[in-house]
Design a protein around this ligand. Structure first.
Ligand code: CO
Ligand code: CO
Length: 369
């Protein structure tokens, strides 16, 4: 990330913080911190807290062994480091005093900050008030700029090439876990910076659970195989699901496949700026309900995609949030028949000024292996 875009993002953050009446934002390792600084750390037992005051330069409290990463920012962030022997107390005390955080209103990540970091802040910033402020970061991250979309396009290209490669290799008798392993290898070989989530490659009854874990059950003829996988480029992810058939499928599964394919298409066609997020869910769900499979579509239609695999906007009933150009999310209807099998077709969609663009290009007609 360039110094300019880092600076611009922090300025925009401070404007949003001002509107929310926050004196400071405290972030732990994760996508929000990466978005603002380019820094990535593990969320571990050694606390790391970055502090973004509304009217001053940011600071970070971190283990001494991580300090070189901050030094690369060229003094943009004041570091308060601690060794394993001394522990974090003194560093927290110094940072909180320097940033005058006593009695401050401090925004925190309700979805991410742990009791450990919260207690340290409350202890060393006496009478501070910790306020969940996930929406402040959401406001910045929910629409993607051209650079972010370019990374996501690369992540799509990598995962689609991996999927293509794996479809030439899987065959009956191979276990779900073996096939999922091949998919992981192909994704990394294609240039992905790791995997955004463990690939799901499940067949038969196991495919009737949307988040099943690949097992040691061998793939069998006459079953659907649900393959859900992603790649990471520059921190940005892709997330695609295709369902393929091993040999001919029973009549009902062919019908189910066609319903899901039409629901996916209708959902993507409903995406445009100004439309409420829940409308995309309604349009997608209506296709499945009208085919009398409504009870078997047991999850929301989609989720936002970016630095995280699940982030706003959520494509779900009740979310009236209007879609805006630059938002990226999945459309992933599925039908799951307990004990029999499942079908899901997931695409990544970008809202454009004119309508929408589907970033994923992999064919959606049933592939029979
Ligand atoms: Co997925
Ligand atoms: Co998804």
């Amino acid at each position: 990330m360039s110094e300019d875009s880092r600076f611009a993002r922090i300025i925009r953050l401070q404007q949003h913080m001002g509107q929310k009446g926050l004196d400071c934002l405290a972030l732990v390792p994760g996508a929000n911190l990466f978005y603002l600084t380019g820094l990535s750390f593990h969320l571990s037992e050694r606390p790391i807290v970055a502090l973004f005051p509304v009217d001053a330069s940011p600071a970070i409290i971190l283990p001494a062994l991580e300090e070189p990463k901050v030094a690369l920012l060229g003094g943009a962030m004041q570091a308060y480091s601690y060794t394993d022997e001394r522990g974090p107390a003194e560093a927290f005390q110094q940072a909180c005093a320097a940033l005058e955080l006593a009695q401050a209103r401090i925004g925190v990540e309700g979805l991410r900050m742990r009791v450990m970091e919260a207690r340290l802040l409350e202890r060393y910033a006496p009478d501070c008030q910790l306020v969940p402020a996930d929406d402040v970061m959401e406001a910045l991250r929910v629409t993607k700029d051209a650079g972010e979309v370019a990374q996501m396009r690369r992540a799509v290209a990598i995962v689609e090439a991996a999927l293509r490669a794996v479809l030439t290799q899987i065959r009956p008798g191979m276990t779900e876990r073996e096939a999922a392993g091949l998919l992981m290898v192909e994704t990394l070989r294609g240039g992905s910076e790791g995997v955004p989530f463990e690939p799901i490659l499940v067949a038969g009854p196991n495919a009737a659970s949307p988040h099943a874990t690949p097992s040691d059950r061998p793939l069998r003829r006459g079953e659907t195989v649900v393959i859900d996988c992603g790649a990471i480029v520059g921190g940005y992810v892709s997330d695609i699901t295709r369902t393929v058939a091993l040999g001919g499928l029973p009549e009902e599964m062919l019908r189910v496949y066609e319903v899901v394919r039409r629901a996916n298409e209708a959902g993507r066609a409903a995406v445009r700026s100004g439309q409420a997020a829940q409308d995309v869910d309604r349009v997608t769900r209506a296709v499945i309900r009208e085919a009398n499979y409504g009870d078997f579509f047991i999850h929301r239609t989609g989720h936002g995609l970016g630095l995280e695999v699940h982030e706003p906007p959520y494509i779900v009933e009740g979310n009236r949030q209007p879609l805006r150009a630059g938002m990226t999310f999945t459309v992933e209807p599925g039908i799951y028949l307990p004990g029999v099998g499942g079908v899901r077709i997931e695409d990544d969609v970008l809202v454009t000024p004119e309508g929408a663009e589907t970033l994923t290009t992999f064919p959606r007609d049933l592939i029979v292996l």
